[in-house]
Design a protein around this ligand. Structure first.
Ligand code: PMP
Length: 392
């Protein structure tokens, strides 16, 4: 008998639901088949609901990973020589800054110690003193630190300064509240393999009206063909009308999975899904506390609900991760250079948060591995804290 597949509790890719798995299975359909037109068109409509974006916004569905969505945002919004402000909360905001530089932006980064968010006053001051900026970029949840920013006041500051606001929702969308229209955010993007609960392979971006208009007024040479919103706009409009169209071959099997996954999320409504992430995260935090595991984010207010980034306890190091794997649960090591060898990460997003048994297996594996590594850990009390939290 083959061993059961390990439970994938890293911060993406994640476990996917049976419905998503079934939708992606089978021979890949053609990109002009009625099934794909329906799934593509429907996904465009549903993405507006997930991002809480209005009808004037344009969702884009591209083959690629989250980094491609980052490139797409930079390529369409930044003309060489323009200035961009990056709110620094970890490895992925650093990546955004590097991408922006490569697109010719003059980048200012407002940073904070690892685990913290730069104060709003500092961001406001940078916007006032160091501009004029074209856009402000922030990472909703940074996967290297677990730190969550509050996008709403950032959108407000950006509006006041006449600057676009752009959010990396790769580790957040579908798991953290994001109200694009209400908040006046201009662009948000994500990738399929995180809180949307799909296999990796799709870059998803929603551009608001203001961002689309600024792209159309661009003076510099156009962005690379594959990244250019202008290349994709007619195709997405056709797909939304369920008309066949072609610019570059979509990942048809993944588009089938996307429609199924978004349907699943929206069956109970996006707010319910986000509340479920918050509940699962709080229950897991209670379990980590019982186990004496400290969070990297410095306060609950800046702690994302899609993953836990935890310091190793005294006397424990990365050598304890294989002990977790040996118990059939895969978690991730540290990523941020400053805490790479002193922290580890557990993803809890998408389908997994609807499965209390997955969360319990994860807590048990971590607790038993800790005990085996010599740390004082009580698996039963940790599981009890989780169960109590989930029931609350
Ligand atoms: N931004 C964030 C916040 C991420 O977590 C990731 C992936 N871990 C990315 C961007 C890059 O996405 P990808 O690995 O899919 O290219």
């Amino acid at each position: 008998m083959t061993a059961p597949a390990p439970l994938l509790m890293i911060p993406g890719p994640v476990e996917v639901s049976p419905a998503v798995l079934a939708a992606a299975a089978g021979p890949p359909p053609g990109h002009l088949s009625p099934r794909v037109l329906e799934a593509f068109g429907r996904s465009i409509e549903l993405l507006r609901e997930v991002f809480q974006a209005d009808g004037s916004s344009q969702p884009f569905i591209l083959s690629g990973s989250g980094t491609l969505a980052m490139e797409m945002a930079a390529a369409n919004l930044i003309e060489p020589g323009e200035a961009a402000l990056v709110v620094g909360t970890g490895y992925f905001s650093d990546r955004m800054a590097e991408i922006l530089r490569r697109h010719g932006a003059a980048v200012t980064q407002v940073t904070a110690p690892v685990g913290a968010v730069p104060p709003l006053a500092e961001i406001r001051e940078a916007l006032e003193r160091e501009g004029p900026f074209k856009a402000l970029f922030a990472t909703h949840v940074d996967t290297s630190t677990g730190v969550r920013v509050d996008p709403e006041p950032l959108c407000r500051l950006a509006r006041e300064a006449g600057v676009l606001s752009v959010f990396d929702g790769v580790c957040a969308t579908g798991g953290e509240r994001f109200a694009m229209d209400d908040w006046g955010a201009d662009v948000c993007f994500t990738a399929s393999q995180k809180a949307l609960g799909l296999p990796p392979g799709l870059a998803l971006l929603v551009a608001g009206e203001r961002a689309l208009t600024l792209r159309s007024l661009r003076q510099a040479p156009p962005p690379p063909l594959f990244l250019d919103w202008d290349s994709w706009l007619p195709i997405h409009r056709a797909y939304e009308e369920r008309r066949p169209s072609y610019f570059a071959t979509p990942a048809t099997s993944l588009v089938m999975a996307l429609a199924a996954g978004l349907d699943e999320i929206l069956a109970a409504g996006v707010e319910a899904r986000i509340a479920a992430h918050a509940r699962a995260a709080a229950a897991l935090r209670a379990a980590w506390e019982v186990l004496g595991l400290r969070q990297v984010p410095r306060s609950e207010a800046v702690t994302g609900n899609t993953l836990s980034v935890l310091h190793y306890p005294e006397g424990v190091d990365a050598g304890f991760l294989p002990r977790i794997t040996a118990r059939g649960v895969v978690v991730a090591g540290g990523l941020h250079p400053a805490i790479r060898t002193t922290s580890f990460r557990i993803g809890h997003m998408g389908y997994a948060i609807t499965r209390p048994d997955y969360l319990q297996r994860t807590v048990e594996a971590v607790a038993e591995a800790l005990r085996e590594a010599g740390a004082p850990a009580d698996p039963e009390r940790a599981v009890a804290a989780l169960v109590a939290g989930l029931g609350a």
